[in-house]
Structures are given as C-alpha cells and as structure tokens.
Design a binder for this molecule. Structure first.
Ligand SMILES: NC(=O)c1ccc[n+]([C@@H]2O[C@H](COP(=O)([O-])OP(=O)(O)OC[C@H]3O[C@@H](n4cnc5c(N)ncnc54)[C@H](O)[C@@H]3O)[C@@H](O)[C@H]2O)c1
Length: 265
C-alpha cells in the first residue's frame, strides 16, 4: 500500500531538480503522476524512466491553456488529487539593474503560474472529493536577499497566497501548504554543478551542508499525504536550519573554530 494509491498528481518543473525527485517519489508511493515542464526532452526522459505511472506534458505554468490541458490529462488518468506547484525561475540582478520586463518575467512564472495552477485545480479537486496543494516557495519567501528582488517578491507572494487558498479551500477538503527550501543541490541551487565547493556557503548553518532534492521531496510528500490531514495554511522551512539563525563562531556552543573553518574536537 502506497500513501498515494488511487491518486493522480501534477508536479510542475518535473524535468529535473526537486520536481523530478517529487515525481519519482510520488510514483514510488502509488500515485499516477503528470510531469509538467518546458524542457520537453528531459521531461519525456524522466517520465519514460518512471514508467507507466508517469506522463509528461508540456506545461509552461504561466500559460492558462496549458494548465487546462495538463489538468485534463491528469483527470483522464484517474482522480486528480495532488498538485505540487514546484516550477520557478531565478534572475539575479540588483534592483537598479532590474528592468520592469525582467521583473515581470519572474513574477509571471513563479507567482502568476502558481496562482493559475491553484485556481484551475479547485474545480476538479472539489469534484473528486478534495485534495492537497503544496506550493514551493523558498527561504527567500521569508527573508530578503540582495540581488533577488523579483525572486524574493514572487516567493513572498507564494507564501501569502498559500494562506488565502487554505482559508478558501478548507471547506472543500483541499489543504494548501507551502515549503521553504534552503540551498538545494539542483541546477538552480548549484548552477556551476561543482559538488566539491558546494557546502562552503553553509558553514554557519545548523546543518552545515546543502540539501538534496530528495529531502525536499520527502517533506512535500508528507504535506501532500493524509499524514498531514490536519495541516493547512502552514509554512515548512526545509532548510538545514537556515531560518533558525546563523551560528556565531565567537560565542560558546558554536562547534566552529574562530576562523569558521572546520570543527573543534
Ligand atoms: N535549489 C535551491 O537552492 C532552491 C532554494 C529555494 C527554493 N527553491 C525552489 O524550489 C523549486 C524547484 O527548484 P529547483 O532547485 O529544482 O530548480 P531547477 O532550476 O533545477 O528546476 C526548475 C524546473 O522548473 C522548470 N521551469 C522553469 N520555468 C518553467 C515554466 N514557466 N513552466 C514550467 N516549468 C518551468 C525548469 O525547466 C526546471 O525543470 C523552485 O520553486 C525554486 O524556486 C530552490
């Protein structure tokens, strides 16, 4: 028995990274999964590798028609009950160097795309007796970060709309929660793909390393599953302790040397 037996899930941005991990894990727990992405070759290959439980659709999440198509495909596979709103883009630039067009391009995908996905999923999930939506925000939806004005804005919006949706959709047995990953080892979180240096930026974090996509997927599946049946409107940081604060090497209990390199015995 899998936790998602008899359920159909849509995962956006499932061609790689966290979305791929979520799609694979959902299928391993009994779900039929629609993988949506704009990277068609990669997405097709992942779906093929998962097997009969998976179908790839081209889904640019900022496009309403493509959302309707993806949901129709999900409905044709059975009971559409789970949405992991995972896809996003990031365009680092200082505020002064961010054109309105660049700003809006990020908002259109991360914020508006997440909104459309939720809105279009309500009617079919209601008809199926309920569901669960997991919106992937970020630690950057809980704090600021220089160079990320468009991404920050979009991820705070995802966090906010999650709570509004939880309030509106509880009456229909649809739960809505957000996940706030810290650094995750994907093309977005480790764009150079350099695993030798990747943990250096996390020395002052409670768990001093980058996260794995599977660690975000495990949390997403928990919130999407009946194990979380009384959880809605919540925000879950899956961040190695990033949002808990920064370890101060100069103070007791840090476990760090003053130089911040290596650990005291
Ligand atoms: N990696 C990190 O360090 C990190 C940290 C915090 C939050 N996140 C969030 O986690 C989620 C997954 O990110 P990831 O690390 O796997 O990134 P990634 O870049 O590896 O994967 C994102 C996927 O989304 C797809 N995508 C981009 N635009 C799309 C669109 N318009 N429509 C459909 N798909 C689209 C991409 O093609 C890609 O397959 C994102 O919401 C991201 O903002 C990532």
């Amino acid at each position: 028995m899998g936790r998602f037996d008899g359920k159909v899930a849509i995962v956006t941005g499932a061609a790689r990274g966290q979305g791929e991990a979520e799609a694979r894990l959902l299928a391993s727990e009994g779900a039929k999964v629609v993988l949506g992405d704009v990277l068609d070759d990669l997405g097709e290959a992942v779906a093929k590798d998962i097997g009969d439980a998976a179908t790839y659709v081209h889904l640019d999440i900022s496009n309403e028609e493509q959302w309707r198509n993806a949901i129709a495909v999900a409905q044709s596979m059975g009971q559409y009950r789970v949405l992991i709103n995972n896809a996003a883009i990031i365009r680092p630039a200082a505020i002064e160097d961010t054109s309105t067009a660049d700003y809006l391009s990020v908002i259109m995908v991360n914020q508006v795309g997440t909104f459309i996905g939720m809105r279009e999923s309500i009617a079919p999930m209601r008809a199926n007796g309920g569901g669960a939506i997991v919106n992937i925000s970020s630690v950057d939806g809980m704090k600021g970060c220089n160079g990320l004005v468009s991404y920050n804005s979009s991820k705070w919006a995802v966090r906010g709309m999650t709570k509004t949706a939880a309030l509106e959709l509880g009456q229909h047995n649809i739960r809505v929660n957000s996940i706030h990953p810290g650094g995750v080892n994907t093309p977005m979180g480790n764009p150079m793909g350099d695993d030798s240096m990747v943990n250096m930026a996390f020395t002052h974090q409670a768990l001093p390393r980058i996260g794995a996509p599977s660690e975000i997927a495990a949390a997403a599946l928990f919130l999407a599953s009946d194990d979380a049946s009384y959880i809605t409107g919540a925000e879950l940081a899956v961040d190695g302790g990033w949002m808990a604060g920064r370890i101060v090497p100069e103070l007791p209990g840090s476990g760090l040397s003053i130089a911040g390199v290596g650990y005291n015995a």
